[in-house]
Design a protein around this ligand. Structure first.
Ligand SMILES: [Zn+2]
Length: 351
């Protein structure tokens, strides 16, 4: 294989939720990693990498600063409470900064994101498989589908909705499936005072829309309202500008379009990140920076990315959309994000 010129690159690592025992959040968050895995990651990051902030990555990609080799930024999407209870002490112990992208409606209300509610409803209902057509009509599906298929259908449907329409869809499904709604008492989400505390400790707070749709699959007016609406509310809450954004990717592709890119530009963000797998290189578009899913085996998932500057991968699949992910390979099969990361990294070419 021909060698190519080496272009400086850094990595933005992506997490969602870190809990003591991920089996306990399988029916709700569904995408958690274990505290012990995460602590092992952060130890490696502190010892072998150069932890940086998203602001530094942005300046690097813009050509405004150099960063040492193996620079890496840690990010979290969505706003789960475990960021405060579990993640914060670990980050503090190892001196690693992080960026937290928040879904503002859920942080405001305490009501978990819609994909957690759908996950909970479909996984715990007794109705699926019975001759009750109500949920099937609602979801436009055939009777007799298994839970995984039902979940995929309703998640794809809900990813196209925002605000009240989205809330109504979820509520109707919960009613049809005869499931008690997952509400604030589940205490899955960060509260506003905890978000302010994260900020005081020096971490970066970014946005992740109001209601977590796939912005490429809603109208331009809805996308504008999701982006400008959350930015305004978060800035009021924090008393400072919110300059960094993460595109939600609950399901469906693509995750972003020239239209959504122009909205983030209009909103004045300094950076925006994707779920697409790959490193960030000097000269990359600041409003569409790639990230890397944090697999259990951190060395394995980072090693190619931090050394290889070339074109990497294909659009990543959202962790909420497991069923459509490509099967993993090799020893990453057991990782939390197996299905996306290894498939993407297969496109990496070594020098
Ligand atoms: Zn998200």
């Amino acid at each position: 294989m021909a060698a190519r010129a080496r272009v400086p690159s850094v990595v933005i690592l992506m997490y969602h939720s870190v809990v003591e025992d991920p089996r306990l959040t399988q029916n709700t968050i569904g995408i958690s990693q274990s505290r012990s895995d995460f602590e092992a990651h952060v130890k490696v990051i502190a010892q072998k990498f150069n932890p940086v902030t998203i602001e530094q990555v942005t300046r690097f990609a813009a050509g405004d600063c150099h960063l040492p080799a193996n620079s890496l930024a840690v990010t979290f999407d969505d706003g789960f409470l475990d960021k405060y209870q579990v993640v914060l002490p670990i980050l503090a112990r190892h001196g690693v900064p992080a960026t937290f992208y928040l879904m503002v409606d859920s942080v405001d209300s305490g009501i978990p994101p819609w994909y957690c509610r759908l996950n909970f409803s479909v996984r715990t209902t007794q109705r699926i498989g019975r001759a009750d057509p109500e949920y099937a009509v609602l979801c436009g599906m055939k009777l007799g589908e298994d839970r995984a298929k039902v979940l995929q259908i309703v998640v794809n449907e809900c990813a196209r909705k925002v605000g009240k329409e989205q809330a109504e869809f979820v509520r109707r499904l919960e009613t049809a499936l005869d499931v008690e709604p997952l509400g604030p008492e589940s205490r899955l989400m960060l509260r506003c005072d905890e978000v302010r505390e994260l900020r005081k400790l020096g971490h970066t707070i970014g946005g992740h829309t109001l209601s977590h749709p796939n912005l490429s699959h809603v109208s331009k007016e809805q996308a504008l309202s999701e982006i400008f609406g959350y930015k305004r509310r978060l800035e009021q809450e924090l008393g400072e500008p919110v300059a960094h954004f993460s595109y939600p990717h609950p399901a469906l592709n693509p995750q972003w379009t020239p239209c959504t890119l122009s909205i983030t530009r209009e909103a004045g963000f300094q950076s925006a990140v994707l779920t697409t797998c790959g490193p960030v290189r000097f000269g990359d578009e600041l409003l569409a920076m790639k990230r890397i899913y944090a697999a259990s085996d951190l060395d394995q998932c980072l090693e190619p990315a931090v050394h290889i500057p070339g074109q990497i991968g294909v659009a990543g699949q959202a962790p909420h959309d497991r069923k459509s992910g490509t099967p993993g390979v090799g020893r990453l099969r057991d990782s939390t994000f197996a299905g996306w990361l290894p498939a993407n990294l297969r496109f990496v070419e070594r020098f």
